[in-house]
Design a protein around this ligand. Structure first.
Ligand SMILES: [Ca+2]
Ligand SMILES: [Ca+2]
Length: 160
């Protein structure tokens, strides 16, 4: 577990299920996660930096969300708007390896789908993470500094 995780964050995570028993549970999502198509998502109720958020998702046996289609993006934005309601949520992508080349964590190619807000990304080498933000056209994508403390979205797949 990350040393960066504060006691209150651990406590919050204890009331959320982990994604490790998906195979046994069939198509059900863990406690606190919401299902869309072949994935389960947790819209965090706790906040952290990008690296803390990544650690917390891993603790729940999931990864920061990778939004790879308009359908998935529509679901994420709608859920954030009507249920999650945090000001901002980290997604699992960065341009840390090469400025301006946005990639999902663990992948080697540029994102095939993006939904940047108007004028975004605008932070050049100062903003290398992605959040969806209510003030950016109702949760369109924004590049943001990776040390900011925000909510985040974890995703794990439903195994067939
Ligand atoms: Ca950047
Ligand atoms: Ca920005």
């Amino acid at each position: 577990m990350s040393t960066a995780m504060a006691p209150h964050q651990v406590l919050t995570l204890m009331v959320v299920g982990v994604c490790m028993f998906m195979q046994v549970q069939g198509d059900r999502c863990p406690l606190g996660f919401v299902r869309y198509k072949t994935s389960c998502y947790w819209f965090s109720t706790t906040k952290g930096s990008f690296s803390e958020a990544r650690s917390m998702c891993r603790y729940l046996r999931s990864d920061l969300a990778k939004v790879t289609s308009k359908d998935e993006d529509d679901f994420i934005r709608h859920f954030a708007l009507v249920r999650g309601k945090a000001e901002a949520y980290y997604l699992g992508g960065t341009d840390l390896r090469l400025e301006g080349r946005w990639m999902w964590e663990g992948e080697e190619t540029q994102m095939p789908y993006t939904n940047w807000g108007s004028g975004q990304p605008n932070g050049r080498n100062k903003q290398n993470c992605i959040d969806i933000r209510k003030s950016v056209q109702n949760y369109k994508w924004n590049d943001i500094e990776c040390h900011g403390i925000y909510n985040f979205i974890c995703e794990c797949s439903v195994l067939k």
